[in-house]
Design a protein around this ligand. Structure first.
Ligand SMILES: Cc1ncc(C[n+]2csc(CCOP(=O)(O)OP(=O)(O)O)c2C)c(N)n1
Ligand SMILES: [Mg+2]
Length: 247
């Protein structure tokens, strides 16, 4: 969740439910202001759809015709609460009507359907016609967190969704079309697994970051009161907090 790759255009995710759309609207405003040929995409879960800031963000993007796409990943549960117990609308994309922007629901288990919907929304945004709300219906295979006992769903439901796994079905489609062989798929999968294994090994063997690094990259200009903590962490042997100053 807490990942960012600014070079790849990914501004960063965070743990605040519904915080993606305001960032996307801000990025879209910057794109529009600087007249760049880009589109901002903001992702949110079904559990974020009723958040006030999500609608503030969609409203501004709609009012100013900003190049933004809002994608709801509706995996049918917000933590353990079923989506129909969270919202009164039939489709979460219906909320687009409040902002007078196109809202559509697509099969989130179908890679091609998602790509087509996003392609159309992207063309609309680039043409200056404003944002689109896309709801992708999907499913969360695992619990909301490690150790989630998942009392809110049964095994059958999980198996029904797994039978429609988007990677498996896309693989089959590519093989049927003669665009990929099963061997080529296995090879690709092996390469990806090796890349992940190498990343895990690197992380497990890496030195833990120095305590003072917790203060790096937080501010463009570090305020003096924060700098004091950073200096204390840099100079103390246990990397500690200047205890006497704790409030
Ligand atoms: C603003 C805010 N309120 C509450 C929480 C606590 N919280 C964490 S996840 C979550 C539910 C999110 O639902 P959804 O977006 O559907 O995520 P999923 O459970 O599918 O991973 C809540 C309420 C939070 N992180 N941020
Ligand atoms: Mg959810």
């Amino acid at each position: 969740m807490h990942i960012a790759d600014v070079d790849a255009g990914m501004l960063g995710a965070n743990g605040i439910v519904g915080a993606g759309p305001p960032l996307a609207t801000g990025a879209a405003l910057s794109i529009d202001y600087q007249d760049r040929d880009q589109v901002a995409v903001g992702f949110l879960g079904d559990g974020a759809v009723a958040q006030g800031q999500v609608h503030e963000a969609m409203n501004l993007a709609a009012t100013w015709d900003l190049p933004a796409i809002f994608v709801i990943e509706n995996n049918h549960y917000g933590e353990g609460t079923p989506v129909e117990e969270q919202h009164n609308v039939d489709n979460l994309s219906d909320t687009a009507q409040a902002h007078d922007i196109p809202g559509l629901t697509v099969d989130g288990m179908d890679i091609t359907a998602v790509a087509e919907a996003v392609g159309e929304a992207r063309a609309r945004a680039r043409a200056g016609d404003g944002p689109t709300l896309i709801e992708a219906e999907t499913y969360r295979y695992r619990g909301h967190y490690e150790g989630d006992e998942e009392p809110y769903r049964d095994e059958d439901e999980l198996e029904r969704w797994k039978a429609r796994d988007p990677i498996d079905s896309f693989k089959e489609r590519l093989i049927d079309r003669g665009e990929l062989t099963a061997e080529e798929f296995d090879e690709l999968e092996g390469e990806i697994e090796a890349e992940i294994d190498a990343a895990v090994e690197y992380a497990q063997n890496a030195e833990p970051p120095a305590p003072h690094e917790a203060y790096d990259d937080m501010f463009a200009e570090t305020p003096p009161e924060i700098e004091r903590f950073a200096t204390a962490a840099r100079t103390s042997t246990d990397g500690g907090h200047p205890g006497g100053e704790r409030r």
